[in-house]
Ligand binder design. Sequence first.
Ligand SMILES: Nc1ncnc2c1ncn2[C@@H]1O[C@H](COP(=O)(O)OP(=O)(O)OP(=O)(O)O)[C@@H](O)[C@H]1O
Length: 286
Amino acid sequence: MIKINNLLVKYKNLTALEVRELEFQDGIAYGIVGENGAGKTTMFKSITNIITNYDGEIYIDDQLVKKQNEVLASVGIVLDGMSVYADRTGWFNIRYFAGLRNCYDEAYAIELAQELDIYGVLDKKVKTYSYGMQKKLILLIAILSKPKYLILDEPFRGLDFETVKWFKEYLLKLRDTGTTLLISSHVRNDLETLCQKVHVISRGRIVDFLDLEEESKAMIRLIDTTNNQRATQIMRDMEFVFDEKDGKIRASIEQGNWQEVRNAIQAEGIEIIELSKTSSLDGRMN
Ligand SMILES: Nc1ncnc2c1ncn2[C@@H]1O[C@H](COP(=O)(O)OP(=O)(O)OP(=O)(O)O)[C@@H](O)[C@H]1O
């Protein structure tokens, strides 16, 4: 578990982050959202000792990060704009950073490089890589150690569609096998796909907490069909609660039950012309 107590991070006179109490439980994927400059990166840097001149305490697995920094061997981090040795090859960087963590596994590095489609360039100097290729290399280095905690600051920015897809699936696998994920993103879909819980930061303070997992169990849907009168009758017969808004049906139907409702509606030749979910992330993304 990662635990933050009375954290205060300042850059000269600017209070960048002030968090009284915050915990990240093991095996959960957390989203961190907030406007530009809210303090997300500052929080990630503090957790990983990139910033150390702060007040307060940060514990990882009950170890005080500032004092027992060896606990950071269990943390992988990818910050947007992070760099590696540009004058050296991809392979040099992989071996160097994995060596620092004592986790070099060549077969796994090759497997990941092939999945990320950068295997062919690993013998070239990093300065010849595109932005996306450099980011993939940094990702590879972060996940090579199979960290217990993986911290990702805007991980998908600058990656192509196929890589984002692969990476999201990979993260879901990690999540399901117990890795704790902390992901900052400005893209709502990224958070909804990956995260179970979301902390909202604004001007350096945690201002909200959303439990997306709980919410998806009681997802509010806006539905419009070619025959709303009959569709609502079907839903009433199935004992679902609904009301009507702007001529559309608004119902709370769990993901697991939605297929059944859809089938019953479509079985009568009624078409669903609009279906949208409303989420508490609405209006909170920047
Ligand atoms: N090295 C620095 N020196 C001075 N001020 C800084 C420094 N790094 C960040 N800040 C300031 O601290 C505040 C928090 O910045 P931070 O990078 O943590 O925000 P963020 O939420 O990650 O933003 P973004 O979404 O733009 O990445 C901002 O006001 C920023 O200008």
